[in-house]
Design a protein around this ligand. Sequence first.
Ligand code: UDP
Ligand code: MG
Length: 313
Amino acid sequence: MEKRPYLSIIIPCFNEEQVLPETHKRVIAALEGDWHKGAEVIYINDGSRDATLHLLKEFASQDSRIKVLNFSRNFGHQAAVSAGIHYCNGDLAIIIDADLQDPPELFKDMVAIHQEKGANVVFGVRRERKGETWFKKLTAKWFYRILNKLSDVNLNVDTGDFRLVDRKVINAFKGLGEKNKYIRGLIAWMGFKQEPIYYDRDPRHAGETKYPLRKMLQLASIAMFYFSKKPLKMAITLGIFSLIVGLLLTVYVLVVQFSGIITTPGWASTLITIIFFGGVQLVTIGVTGEYIGNILDEVKGRPQFIVDEEIGF
Ligand code: UDP
Ligand code: MG
């Protein structure tokens, strides 16, 4: 193989002291040999409150290929990955979770797919997800499928952020203006030549998930509202539907009133109308509010993350 690329590995870490020693060992082992032109490993410490930073600094002091970005606080997984993409020097970069759910042993195969098929993106597709709760599997499965239906972009189902990207994709990514990023969606949206690599997802090596329901919903919300305007259109449809129901109810009420069929006061229809329209209005305002909130986030122009320390760069 003639053209061997320089490779960056991007690893976001939030309170990962329990897995990091093993992760580091496996990543370093996976980078052994001369199948790449050289490699760097960028760890991003996303405001951990445990010994993560201490461990990362130790790795960096032992090996000049190791670099550490220390965030000033927790900015979230997507921000950490974005920072890695912005700081990396490789011709290629591979994004991987710190918890060994995605095997580092696949690095070489991903680079091979990039070279053999000329792919700009090699994205990991989860064949099986071992050791994850049925709740997570079920919500993930349906979430990706619903998102795909709503979105104008074809977002691959059953993929996470475990993927290889080349310099073209890295540069395009750096040009993206939005602060809230749904990275796997954005990379799919970019186009270029994208090839899958299938793998079984292992259970987390140690520690517990750093994605509680709150963070999952946040990510889902960004994905939904940044990749689709259909919820807004649905709000309009719902509005029109309720208008029609309202008109029919009005006709009914007038007929009943003037024909003298029923003389009891119409509390039922009044109540139904109030509840129905109240619900429709709240839903529509809520949907609109989500978009406005996101617009506010973007207009404020705050950075997606703040770096406290750069080690080894
Ligand atoms: N992570 C992060 N910041 C956060 C939450 C998570 O950098 O606020 C990192 C975490 O350390 C891990 C990756 O994102 O490397 C994926 O998190 P996790 O494995 O806990 O998510 P799950 O696999 O359970 O969805
Ligand atoms: Mg995980």
